[in-house]
Write a protein that binds this ligand. Structure first.
Ligand code: FMN
Length: 322
């Protein structure tokens, strides 16, 4: 069902990629998405990537990917990870042929998330197997300025047939998934819908805020991150979270408790960290990243149910259109 060049290349059965979302895409969520037929991805988080891959091994989840954020990429962690994943990808850095070569030498597929046609071409020229076209509707950090559909068409035309294109940004329904596939994407990358999954590492109040919010209740700003080492980086969040943080009187909005220890860290106002289950305090003033797909979040659901709803719905829509 819905076999594409992405599913054949990666070795999964459903053309859905979980966005690697820091402390949100925890091993339980990665394993659930892969078990449902998609590709589960780990993201940059305080806990080390190899340690989290050990957890996936213990869960019997051998098909997985890892996402790295350019500004925080640690070469040792990168090296220790890429030989243990099917797909290693980078975001927020100029496409880099040396990193792509390193990934290939470790036996993994290489991917890059981009927000413009020029960067897509650069990623293809750098040797990437997969290019993720991210539209401005996306939740979290957003590199480009144009909507997914105009970007996707141009990226598909620009990179040629040897590169698999994945669509990201605002895809929360079977209709949107079908549209992206019909427009030339070989898979869709889903963030916000999976933040509101039962298995995600997001704080319950953050999940509830996503359920309550409509598609017109997100905003793109550079406020979150300006206090914590990732300035000048536009990101899309729930408008209510930005309003709460702006009105907050104080420097520390919450505490992050480290699992398995008594240690905790203060979360500064406008920190980049999204509200995780281990956070305590005013989590409604933290970076509640959300794409315009948030309008399609109607309940907190098991990840497998989300995968099934999107994949079966998209398949039915695409065959009805034929
Ligand atoms: C909570 C959250 C965290 C994210 N973290 C990352 C990340 O660490 N690396 C990355 O490449 N993209 C990250 N993204 C962006 C996703 O890769 C993707 O482009 C986006 O979620 C797609 O839009 P959607 O949220 O409407 O599905 C994040 C998105 C969210 C919602």
């Amino acid at each position: 069902m819905l076999e594409t060049r992405f599913t054949r290349l990666v070795g999964c059965t459903v053309p859905i990629q979980l966005a690697g979302m820091g402390g949100v895409s925890v091993p339980a969520l990665v394993a659930a998405v892969t078990a449902a037929g998609g590709l589960g991805m780990l993201g940059a988080a305080p806990a080390s990537m190899p340690d989290r891959i050990d957890v996936l091994d213990a869960m019997g989840c051998s098909l997985r990917g890892a996402n790295f954020l350019g500004p925080f990429l640690n070469p040792e962690e990168f090296e220790a990870t890429i030989e243990r994943v099917r797909l290693a990808e980078v975001f927020w850095r100029e496409p880099d042929p040396a990193l792509v070569e390193q990934i290939h030498a470790a036996g993994a597929l290489a991917g890059w998330q981009v927000g413009s046609v020029d960067d897509a071409r650069a990623a293809a020229d750098a040797g990437c197997d997969i290019v993720v076209a991210q539209g401005v509707e996306a939740g979290g950090h957003v590199q480009g300025q144009i909507g997914l559909l105009p970007l996707l068409g141009a990226v598909v035309d620009a990179v040629g047939d040897d590169v698999v294109v994945v669509a990201a940004g605002g895809i929360g329904s079977a209709r949107a998934m079908a549209a992206a596939l019909a427009a030339g994407a070989q898979a869709v990358r889903i963030g916000t819908r999976f933040v509101a999954s039962a298995e995600s590492g997001a704080h319950p109040d953050y999940k509830a805020a996503l359920v309550a919010a409509g598609a017109d209740e997100t905003v793109l700003s550079e406020e979150f991150g300006r206090t914590t080492g990732w300035p000048d980086a536009p990101n899309r969040v729930l408008r209510a979270a930005l309003d709460e943080a702006s009105a907050f009187d104080g420097d520390v909005v919450a505490q992050l408790h480290l699992p398995g220890s008594d240690a905790s860290f203060p979360v500064a106002r406008f920190d980049t960290l999204p509200p995780l289950a281990e956070c305590e305090g005013n989590v409604s003033a933290m970076a509640q990243y959300a794409g315009q797909s948030v309008g399609d979040v109607r309940a907190v659901q098991p990840a497998a149910e989300i995968v099934r709803e999107l994949a079966e719905g998209a398949e039915a829509l695409l065959s009805a259109a034929r």
